[in-house]
Design a protein around this ligand. Structure first.
Ligand code: CTP
Length: 404
């Protein structure tokens, strides 16, 4: 595979020498295109020696070869690491003022950018807007790692490890998955909310967040920008996913609604507490010998899914819920699921059986996806990754066209 490795002028450019080694050792033909300023950090000789290919930086360096067109059109994959704030700005604006940005305009293959910069630059609204523009066009922009920066500061802005960048980049081309969520923003809630009773106790549930994490990972693999609203999730979250950690139902509601304002899809995979204590005790509740146990008065939480379905925070937004059912004397798992689908008004409801070893944690799932009328749309059985892809398969046909 022909890979174009763009390097812009950040101190982390030296890490791209390792990235280059990983890519060439995996058998790929890599052309390194540094920006001129990046040669202050790592010189042309290093790139030429490690890639075995000539290195040019300007559109006038080899005019007869029309390099700025050939490099982009002949690449199967473009990786830019590090991508500085300036490079992101020039790419977002469609500038072509050096060989790298010109090649980015002619490339029609998957493009991955791994930003590295000071936290202040990464968090600046101008950079946020440039990243959003690039992601909106289908460019995969990784989130930088957090940690010690070049100076004394710490925070988000470090270049992700070369092995992580290489894996994320190669997954874009190796993956047989459709890129049918490219240019989309999706919000997935995962885990289980906790409602504090007193400073040490809470009402909670058994949800681990595994299915929500699988949904977030699957959406990223299919090209989406993903916000994962994680309620008390202790499992590792997928790389490239924006994670908003929450505890209570009220925090989850706020986070989902805020991210949902720009989302094409919201999937409520979190197990949301239906009730919360009417009041939270300021101090730990003590047992008093000889006195009866205290009772805890509960109040009902808002139904976030039903609200989202009724309001549609973003035009054309697809709203999807999960229904964890056990079945009882009143009806089967599916009877309850179909009734819930009609009640909630979500476009799709993923119905699964829980209890007796089914549903929670790392076990397989067996689901039926129904529409808002309770009609079957699809069934899926297998690992939570398999189920996650089946859910996205059912969502994709409901999405409004990207340019509508
Ligand atoms: N849900 C929600 N807000 C709540 C309760 C649930 O958004 N307060 C969402 C869940 O995230 C899930 C769907 O609604 O996507 C169904 O959750 P479930 O707990 O199965 O349903 P309930 O509404 O609690 O209904 P019931 O108590 O009748 O089972």
């Amino acid at each position: 595979m022909r890979i174009l490795l763009g390097v812009s002028a950040g101190i982390a450019a030296y890490k791209s020498a390792l990235l280059l080694r990983l890519l060439t050792e995996a058998g790929h033909d890599v052309r390194v295109v540094p920006t001129r300023a990046s040669l202050e950090f790592v010189g042309r000789a290093t790139w030429e020696a490690l890639s075995g290919n000539p290195v040019t930086t300007g559109v006038f360096d080899d005019v007869p070869a029309v390099e700025h067109v050939r490099l982009g059109t002949s690449a199967d994959l473009v990786v830019v690491a590090p991508a500085t704030a300036d490079l992101l700005a020039r790419a977002a604006a469609g500038r072509a003022d050096d060989l790298l940005t010109a090649a980015l305009l002619t490339a029609r293959c998957p493009v991955l950018m791994a930003p590295a910069m000071h936290t202040g630059m990464w968090e600046h609204p101008a950079t946020r807007a440039n990243v959003a523009t690039l992601r909106g066009r289908g460019v995969v922009v990784l989130d930088p790692d957090s940690g010690r920066l070049t100076g004394q500061d710490t925070g988000p802005g470090r270049l992700p490890e070369p092995a992580v960048i290489a894996a994320a980049a190669l997954a874009l081309v190796a993956s047989p998955l459709p890129a049918d969520l490219a240019g989309r923003h999706v919000v997935v809630s995962a885990g289980g909310t906790r409602e504090p009773v007193d400073p040490v106790r809470f009402l909670g549930n058994r949800s681990t967040g595994t299915q929500g994490i699988a949904l977030a990972k699957a959406a990223t693999e299919r090209g989406a920008r993903v916000t994962l609203v994680a309620a008390n999730v202790s499992l590792p979250t997928p790389h490239g996913v924006e994670v908003v950690a929450v505890e209570t139902t009220s925090e989850l509601r706020e986070a989902v609604r805020s991210a949902g304002a720009t989302a094409d899809v919201v999937v409520m995979a979190a197990a949301v507490a239906d009730f919360r204590p009417l009041t939270t005790a300021e101090h730990k509740m003590k047992k008093v010998a000889g006195e009866p146990a205290p009772s805890i008065a509960l109040t009902t939480n808002p139904d976030i899914l039903a609200e989202l379905a009724a309001e549609r925070l973003h035009p054309g937004q697809v709203v999807v819920g999960f229904a964890a059912e056990t079945g009882d004397g009143e009806g089967s798992v599916l009877d309850h699921g179909r009734a819930k689908a009609r009640r909630k008004g979500a476009d799709l409801l993923v119905v699964n059986a829980v209890g007796q070893g089914r549903g929670f944690g790392g076990v397989d799932n067996d689901v039926t996806i129904v529409d808002e009328h309770g009609q079957d749309v699809a069934v899926a059985a297998g690992s939570k990754d398999v189920v996650a892809h089946a859910v996205w398969d059912a969502i994709v046909p409901l999405l409004k066209p990207l340019d509508a």
